[in-house]
Design a protein around this ligand. Sequence first.
Ligand SMILES: C[S@@+](CC[C@H](N)C(=O)[O-])C[C@H]1O[C@@H](n2cnc3c(N)ncnc32)[C@H](O)[C@@H]1O
Length: 276
Amino acid sequence: MASESSDKKDIWSADAYRTTVAPFVAALTSKVVGWLDPQPQDEILDVGCGEGVLTARLAPHVTRIVGVDGSPNMIESFNKTFPDIDARVVDCRYLDKDASLCQASFSKVFSNAALHWILRDEATRANAIKGCYDALKPGGLFVSESGGLGNVAEVHAAIIGSLVHRGIPVDVARNASPWWFPSLEAMKALVEGQGFRWIKGEIELRQTVLTDHQGGGIEGWVRLFGADFLALLPSDDEREAAVKEVVEILEGVGRRQHDGAFTVNYIRLRFVAQKD
Ligand SMILES: C[S@@+](CC[C@H](N)C(=O)[O-])C[C@H]1O[C@@H](n2cnc3c(N)ncnc32)[C@H](O)[C@@H]1O
């Protein structure tokens, strides 16, 4: 594991992620898995694999799959649930420093719903992509889906607004965002900058129905995925009030009229790139 990972609090809870808040993340993947096109001879590195539900779905179809994730909580859950799959804690911001993975031994690098977290810091963005490049055999494919420009914009804006309302300066609130949601052009430039050949890419609006689980829905979403923002507030009471305010604001924009389901505007950015 790259040692630089210890400066971040582990906000991930495998239970909340898988069961109550976001089971749809691993479920709504048919397009990107189609682009990955797993083959029996494939050896795949799954970057930001989480608690392994998607990795385990791919495993029976390939020769080898290795999951890497920065969250010890997620990997602990992964190892308990899928003990036969190799899964390790790796902070992929520094993937290029991991000599055990960067040996040009994988035929494909796959990443679902993770690059917008991993690429958040500009200073380490290129390292992460270089790591994906170095992990691949010549001719290997890098296939990813993550948040693109404008992803979950209404939730993002409501959280920042609620922090500003509680006295946090707007630039501080903005900078607490744990995500980088690039345009397709920005992602292409980043990936090509590390030597990949861009094969195809697209941006898609995916209006996503959230769970109606008691601890999930938009409230659970804000608590889990917005944890880095909420950490700016000084007390649990303030955090609680901010979550309630965000939910109140979003009530006016996210609820579907015909069936009352709550939706968030996910914008997905997918691409396939190749190591020549
Ligand atoms: C939304 S989850 C996606 C998990 C899985 N790929 C899936 O499709 O269900 C995002 C994952 O990115 C991981 N992640 C965030 N920052 C990371 C980093 N710097 N290095 C490695 N993984 C990271 C998180 O721990 C989390 O498990």
